[in-house]
Design a binder for this molecule. Structure first.
Ligand SMILES: C[S@@+](CC[C@H](N)C(=O)[O-])C[C@H]1O[C@@H](n2cnc3c(N)ncnc32)[C@H](O)[C@@H]1O
Length: 246
């Protein structure tokens, strides 16, 4: 708004988010995959002011979106789906809902799903935190997966890390009693932060009594894990179970 002194300009609200806002420009092969397969896998939801947001009143009919009722697994940030695609294929009995903010990665993911004939995945190309809040019903989630979330290693960026007390409270409210939250990271201090936050979260229990989980054998080795191992970092897995409430 030109003409107004700085102090009187309406402020554009920039929320702290767990991802980098990057260009959505796609390579030609990604663009082709997006155009061909978008409608089969990507669910459009109403947004607020940014393209990765979700409007507060947005709702999803999950049974209609998947064409069936089935146990629901949510993955936060599958990237190009290096682990999601094989894991979805290995779980034909589950509906897998993925939240991924980076459109070129979503384009690659839909291409991989189509090539692999994987029909039990749907994607919302938006912020998973808002997705959990508005699109996943309380107690509706069988499993939540968070593998190699953006590490935000600098101290001044730690506030951008996805696993925080607020997100832990939200995620716990979405899990059904007995449902699991599985996480993995190759950043030691983030692994400790995750464990501290989730050990302190009412309604969640560490399946390994305050310790690390063994590497989940169902989780394929991805580029991010390989890169961490090559750099000499140790990968930590965590598994939490949602307790019966009340
Ligand atoms: C480091 S990559 C890991 C990708 C994948 N999980 C793997 O292990 O190969 C993290 C991904 O999470 C996505 N992401 C980060 N925060 C997100 C959020 N709040 N909602 C949806 N996606 C998010 C990023 O765009 C990126 O693709």
């Amino acid at each position: 708004m030109t003409g107004l002194p700085t102090g009187e300009r309406p402020r554009v609200h920039r929320e702290v988010v767990s991802y980098v806002r990057r260009s959505a420009r796609m390579r030609p092969n990604q663009r082709r995959a997006w155009e061909r397969h978008h409608d089969d896998f990507v669910l459009e939801v109403p947004q607020r002011e940014t393209s990765t947001s979700i409007a507060a009143g947005a709702r999803l009919d999950l049974a209609a979106a998947f064409g069936r009722d089935a146990p629901l697994v949510v993955e936060i940030g599958p990237g190009t789906g290096e682990s999601l695609v094989p894991m979805a294929r290995a779980r034909p009995e589950a509906n897998l809902l993925a939240f991924e903010v980076y459109a070129p990665a979503v384009a690659q993911l839909v291409g991989a799903l189509a090539r692999g004939g994987v029909g039990n995945v749907r994607i919302v190309a938006a912020n998973a935190v808002e997705g959990l809040e508005h699109l996943v019903p309380p107690g509706g989630l069988d499993e939540l997966w968070t593998f190699f979330p953006d590490p935000w290693p600098k101290a001044r960026h730690h506030k951008r890390r996805l696993v925080s007390p607020q997100v832990a409270g939200l995620a716990t409210s979405r899990l059904r009693p007995g449902g699991r939250w599985r996480l993995a990271t190759d950043w030691a201090d983030y692994a400790e932060q995750m464990r501290d936050v989730l050990d302190a979260q009412a309604g969640l229990a560490n399946e390994h009594e305050g310790g690390w989980a063994p590497r989940w054998p169902d989780r394929p080795l991805t580029r991010f894990e390989r890169r961490g191992l090559a750099a000499g970092r140790v990968v930590h897995d965590l598994t939490y179970r949602c307790l019966e409430s009340g």
